[in-house]
Ligand binder design. Structure first.
Ligand SMILES: Cc1cc2nc3c(=O)[nH]c(=O)nc-3n(C[C@H](O)[C@H](O)[C@H](O)COP(=O)(O)OP(=O)(O)OC[C@H]3O[C@@H](n4cnc5c(N)ncnc54)[C@H](O)[C@@H]3O)c2cc1C
Length: 294
């Protein structure tokens, strides 16, 4: 029984989310749960639902902008769900496994196409929920099944169907907690082709994105096929624009970087300014890719 005994411990564990997000921004939730297995996770989800405690799911914290100060409710981190089971035709990976680590081992594991996703930080669960990816492919390209816990605390497994995953979205985002992802294996895998794709994608990322700065990746979704949010922001001359320590990256205009001690307010003010200028100059209304917790 999770409630109420586990809640004092979860309260004591809660610390500033700035330490768990790639933006290095964010205050402290009331509770922080780090379940070690799916049964425990399902109990936490069910207890929060029953007790009406708002619950947010934290993966690697690489696509989050979290408000400063106190955050109402509970945060559930998947970081301890780290199993990996390799079968003949599939590999099942726990939601808390590092996605870049998985991408670097994908060819050895026999998983095709993940070679198109180097330099995408986060957890396997978060990457599946966001359907992260880019011009060289996305995580759902090799995904066959997802294990998840729904918001009532029920476990289920779902085979991936065509059309389930869209541009930076999945059926799980805000609707369930992904607990494991099952990827297909190919035997034999064309390792040379995988290696070429990995090197090309990694070189492109390194050349075009500020990968070592504190950020949450691309702030805005591209407004349509062939329309890049970064190019639109660049056109308005906003590279280098600053509010406090939040700066539109001079390397890639769709990244806002934390140049020291940026606050949530600095970043949201800069986001507002970018949106307004792009709308005025181009008519495009930019939608957030970064997820806001406030
Ligand atoms: C330098 C940099 C480069 C990046 N490049 C790319 C890129 O090329 N392509 C790209 O798509 N993204 C990119 N990103 C963004 C980020 O890597 C992805 O969005 C990734 O999916 C975030 O995973 P995460 O585990 O950190 O999720 P988090 O940031 O922890 O969470 C993101 C969202 O997913 C939800 N979530 C997290 N885990 C789960 C779960 N287990 N079940 C259900 N929901 C969950 C959260 O509640 C939140 O709404 C980049 C980020 C950085 C900092």
């Amino acid at each position: 029984m999770v409630w109420p005994s586990a809640f004092p411990e979860a309260r004591a564990r809660a610390g500033a989310l700035a330490e768990r997000t790639s933006f290095r921004i964010g205050g402290t939730p009331e509770f922080l749960f780090e379940p070690t297995c799916v049964d425990e996770l399902a109990e936490v989800v069910a207890a929060c639902r029953r007790e009406r405690v708002p619950l947010r799911v934290l993966g690697g914290g690489c696509n989050l902008l979290v408000a400063d100060g106190r955050l109402e409710g509970a945060v559930l981190s998947t970081t301890r769900l780290r199993h990996e089971v390799r079968l003949d035709r599939t590999v099942e990976v726990g939601a808390g496994v590092s996605f870049p680590g998985l991408v670097s081992r994908a060819a050895d594991l026999g998983i095709p196409r993940l070679s198109g996703c180097p330099g995408i930080p986060g957890s396997v669960g978060g990457v599946v929920a966001m359907n992260a990816g880019g011009r060289f492919g996305c995580v759902s390209d090799a995904l066959v099944e997802v294990e998840a816990v729904d918001l009532d605390g029920r476990r289920h497994r779902r085979a991936v169907e065509p059309g389930d995953f869209g541009y930076r979205t999945s059926p799980f985002l805000d609707a369930a907690v992904v607990t494991a992802a099952v990827f297909r294996r190919e035997e034999p895998l064309d390792r040379d082709a995988e290696r070429r794709r990995f090197l090309e994608a990694a070189a492109w990322k390194r050349a075009t994105q500020p990968l070592s700065a504190a950020s949450a990746g691309c702030v805005f979704k591209n407004p349509g096929p062939g329309r890049s949010a970064g190019a639109l922001i660049d056109q308005t001359g906003l590279k280098g624009e600053r509010v406090g320590d939040a700066v539109v990256s001079p390397v890639h205009a769709n990244f806002i970087v934390n140049d020291g001690a940026a606050s949530f307010r600095d970043v949201t003010a800069l986001i507002g300014r970018v949106r307004e200028r792009v709308l005025d100059a181009t008519g495009a209304s930019l939608e957030l890719e970064v997820r806001l917790w406030q």
